[in-house]
Write a protein that binds this ligand. Structure first.
Ligand code: 6R9
Length: 646
């Protein structure tokens, strides 16, 4: 490692930060040496109806597989995010909403106002018959009502399942059906980058495939025309007019479910990742405070959509549990132009902005002028998440956006982990561009080889986590066995992340990307199996194989190989048709970047598709295809290479 690539902790950070280098070593050491008392002490950061006396109770072994944290504790997550702040911060701004249209007025809600809005929303849910344990699907744009809806669910003990507004009616129907959700909260339309997203129309279109769906609450966001179905659909503002704004929070067990969030895996359809109340909230709150050294009065902006886990943990739960002022932005970072993200920082005097490398790469491409013409003086920290950040984008973020004064906090984590797992602490950790640096307290990382052998020292292999942490997911909705099979059987007794990882001589972790059949498109997870099943649903398609390929802005793009049914002829029209088909089946984020017609796919004699070869061809690395002699028909490779879509 060259000297230049180490960014030491700035002196003022070492002085002012909550945790310095020595403090980190102590904290981390104690978290592993004495987890019981460490976590019970950490649990004090939450407001409990009944304080827990047991911390972690878990086993990753098949015979005794279970995961529980603070199981004898009782609390309400919404009360932790709102009510407990009222004594000190009733008049502090809890939520700032920045609209898509830069000329429109932002909205601000104090903690007292947030309390009123959430209680009102909770009473609307109750009036619609929603009770503890019910699944509530949330298909909303980034508007304040999205925050109210999530917290209202938490208040009444309902389990929210947010579906990203960019997902298609088909994808929405699948998620509603999987968790048997009777009710959907949506809006007339969403608005992003000046364009309307027909959310209510999508709900209408999904209904035929989602027999569980009985009720729809519609928030009026844009005023766009919608068709209301009598007996099923109600306007939120009408329902809200007749309910009280008093709603006592439901006492919940620490292990009662808080939310479900569907995420892609290497096989099958997206799975419902379940998080529970106590451990999840503790993790979101602790990591938000530690990794970002959050201080009272700071304005915090996580630019993720609430459709993703980052939006759950760091737009809503972590910051609000910490009494923060959290900014929610309706639009896109680069609309109307590439200055917008920094203009929003200036307008609201943002202290920390947290976004994805893909956004940074896109902004970087538009040139420094869009950045330098803004002030950015309020910024003190810059965060990133979602995919490995290339050192070039890291340096641009650090040098140009932060003018060298703001540490870059690269946080590695997953939907399954609830919150950040590997991240620098700004007062403790010297930075290396491209490395998420070191584990958070309690995170027991190991790098193993394909046989599961633990590798020590500077090494590279597969990243596993050897013990449970409070923010860990608890199950796959409706399929506990799939939870165990997916995460705990590759390396017995350990949680497998699905990521490859290198550890350097200083003990820094460098995530190298997924080692399973998941692609990371613009920081969003997409299972190759999902795109393949969408393609084979097309009447002219016989078989499909999908792999990731390097993409300058998105990190990874989607490369699809398609074999047509006998008698069908490849054409550019059909290619366009298939790309459109996938967008309609799943959503725009699943759009194949390249689609190659392949008369045959490279298969072993036992019929297994050799993805390694397909990946190489997609990457354009055709000189290093490796051994193809084990293929049933080695000749198919020549055709694939010859017809590669460049
Ligand atoms: C929070 C989130 C998880 C996958 C994860 C990994 C990749 C996320 C990263 C990162 C390198 C980082 N990932 N953060 N890779 N450095 N800082 O993104 O959750 O959507 O579930 O994705 O994203 O591959 O396994 P999720």
């Amino acid at each position: 490692m060259s000297e230049q690539s180490l960014y030491p902790v700035p002196a003022e950070w070492a002085k002012r930060a909550r945790v310095d280098a020595e403090g980190y070593d102590k904290l981390y050491g104690r978290s592993l040496a004495d987890p019981g008392s460490f976590w019970l002490e950490q649990a004090r950061r939450l407001d409990w109806i009944k304080r827990p006396e047991i911390a972690g109770d878990w086993s990753f072994d098949e015979a005794d597989f279970h995961i529980q944290w603070f199981a004898d504790g009782k609390l309400n997550v919404a009360a932790n995010c709102i009510d407990r702040h009222l004594a000190k911060r009733a008049d502090q701004i809890a939520l700032i909403w920045e609209p898509d249209d830069p000329k429109a007025e932002p909205r601000r809600f104090t903690y007292a106002e947030l309390h009123t809005e959430v209680c009102r929303f909770a009473n609307v849910l109750k009036a619609q018959g929603v009770a503890k344990g019910d699944r509530v699907t949330v298909y909303l744009p980034m508007i304040p009502e999205a925050a109210f809806a999530l917290l209202a669910c938490a208040r009444v003990g309902a389990i929210h399942s947010v579906v990203f507004g960019g997902f298609s009616p088909e994808a929405l129907a699948g998620r509603i059906t999987d968790c048997d959700s009777r009710i959907v909260i949506t809006a007339d339309e969403g608005r992003r980058g000046g364009k309307a997203v027909p959310l209510k129309a999508n709900v209408d279109a999904c209904a035929a495939h989602a027999p569980a769906l009985k009720q729809v609450i519609v928030v009026r966001a844009t005023g766009g025309a919608v068709t209301m179905q009598p007996g099923r659909d109600v306007w939120y503002h009408e329902a809200a007019a007749s309910v009280s704004t008093v709603c006592p929070p439901e006492p919940m067990g620490a292990e009662d479910p808080l939310f479900l969030l569907y995420t892609s895996g290497s096989t099958g359809q997206p799975k419902g990742v379940l998080h529970t109340s106590g451990g999840y909230l503790l993790w979101a709150s602790l990591t938000h405070e530690l990794a970002f050294d959050y201080r009272a009065g700071d304005v915090w902006w996580c630019a993720a959509d609430i459709g993703w886990v980052t939006g759950h943990s760091y737009v809503i739960y972590g910051p609000l549990a910490n009494g923060a002022t959290t900014l929610m932005y309706e639009g896109l970072p680069n609309w109307p132009d590439a200055s917008r993200i920094w203009e929003v920082c200036d307008r609201h005097q943002v202290h920390t902005v947290y976004t994805a490398p893909t956004a940074l790469r896109a902004l970087m491409k538009d040139g420094d002028e869009f950045v330098t013409k803004t002030s950015r003086k309020s910024l003190k920290l810059l965060g990133t998440v979602g995919e490995p950040i290339n050192p070039e984008a890291w340096r641009w973020y650090h040098d140009i956006v932060g003018e060298g004064r703001c540490p870059v906090i690269d946080t590695w984590w997953q939907t399954e982990t609830g919150g950040a797992m590997i991240a620098p602490l700004p007062g403790a950790t010297a930075l290396k561009p491209g490395s998420a640096t070191k584990p958070m307290p309690g995170v027991d990382l190991q790098i193993v080889d394909t046989e599961g052998q633990v590798l020590t020292g500077a090494t590279e292999g597969n990243l596993v986590i050897a013990r449970s942490w409070p923010g860990q997911m608890r199950t796959v909705w409706g399929d506990h066995d799939r939870f165990f099979q997916t995460y705990f059987t590759t390396y017995r007794g350990k949680y497998f992340t699905g990521d490859g990882c290198r550890r350097d001589e200083d003990g820094y972790y460098w995530i190298t990307g997924r080692v399973d059949d998941v692609i990371n498109v613009s920081g969003h997870r997409m299972g190759t199996a999902e795109v393949e099943s969408a393609l084979v649903l097309h009447p002219q398609v016989a078989e499909a194989a999908v792999v990731g390929m390097p993409h300058e802005i998105k990190g990874q793009g989607i490369y699809a190989y398609v074999t047509l049914n006998a008698g069908e002829t490849p054409s550019d029209d059909l290619r366009r048709d298939l790309v459109k088909w996938v967008r309609t089946e799943i959503g725009p984020i699943a759009t194949p970047d390249k689609l190659q017609f392949a008369p045959g796919l490279p298969k072993t004699r036992s019929g297994k598709i050799m993805r390694r070869i397909l990946r190489k061809i997609a990457e354009g690395d055709v000189s290093a295809l490796g051994d193809t002699s084990t293929l049933a028909d080695p000749a198919v490779v020549d055709d694939l290479v010859a017809n590669r879509v460049g």
